[in-house]
Design a binder for this molecule. Structure first.
Ligand SMILES: [Zn+2]
Ligand SMILES: [Zn+2]
Length: 267
């Protein structure tokens, strides 16, 4: 079944717009929920369309902003707006006219998606008790209508550019998903984990016979002195004396190195 049939972004948007036409503020809150579903449908369609096997970490801990960040990693082209046109050339030079528009891909930026998804989420909660005394009534309807209008252009079409030859591997240290283009990956190159908390450096091994990628990273296991959890530290972090932290309790550590010199004998 097509991803466009499973995730019906337009239905959510239309339902939200219907709810926003009401004068009942309770219905405006439900419109926020529908718009969040709409955003999720946009991202899900894009992800499911482009990749054969989704990594479990995305399927099991589904978060739209995490998923879109993943998309940007795949390829800047696939995760941003673009148009695709075709032409029948009579010469080797690119024709200047008579291009036929195949379709246009519209995808919101990660930043916009993230901001909007959270903003809609805020409308789904009651005012926190500490702010209850001087709470102003929220003008949900106007703000949400603006968002619905902006979403319209992303919902209008079902054209998606997908790129094959993408592989997803997990960072050997923090297990976060990292996307690789099988065409661009070079055997022996070093790569840094895109998770800011981790930044582990590993080497990429490309097996050209089956186009498989493996990631190698020398790591050390240490016990957290505060909570006794295991901490995996990459060799790169230790060599560069970089600060690392315990994932369980957040305690921060700095490695200490001791360097010595020795005079080489004259040859
Ligand atoms: Zn990592
Ligand atoms: Zn700890």
């Amino acid at each position: 079944m097509s991803v466009f049939q499973i995730y019906k972004k337009d239905e959510h948007l239309q339902r939200a717009k219907g709810l926003l036409n009401s004068d009942n503020p309770a219905k405006h809150v439900y419109a926020c929920l529908e718009l969040r579903f709409c955003i999720e449908a946009i991202v899900y369609q894009k992800l499911l369309h482009g990749i054969d096997s989704l990594p479990n970490t995305i399927v099991e801990t589904w978060r739209p902003n995490k998923a879109l960040k993943m998309l940007v990693e795949f390829d800047n082209l696939t995760a941003s707006d673009c148009t695709v046109e075709v032409n029948l050339p009579n010469s080797l030079e690119l024709p200047k006219s008579n291009w036929m528009l195949l379709g246009e891909q519209k995808l919101p930026s990660v930043r916009w998606l993230d901001k909007t998804y959270h903003k809609l989420g805020n409308f789904l909660h009651l005012v926190e008790p500490k702010n209850a005394a001087n709470a102003k009534s929220k003008n949900t309807k106007e703000e949400v209508r603006d968002i619905a209008e902006q979403l319209e252009e992303y919902v209008r079409n079902n054209f998606l550019v997908s790129f094959n030859n993408i592989d997803i591997k997990q960072c050997p240290v923090c297990k976060q998903d990292i996307a690789f283009s099988l065409q661009k990956a070079r055997d022996g190159e070093t790569h840094r984990c895109s998770n800011r908390e981790c930044r582990a450096t590993f080497t990429v091994k490309v097996d050209n016979s089956n186009k498989n990628i493996t990631l190698n990273c020398n790591t050390y296991d240490v016990k957290c002195q505060r909570c006794n959890s295991d901490i995996v530290v990459s060799e790169f972090t230790v060599r560069n004396l970089e600060i690392f932290s315990c994932r369980a309790c957040g305690a921060k550590y700095i490695p200490k190195g001791k360097y010595e010199f020795a005079l080489l004998p004259e040859s």
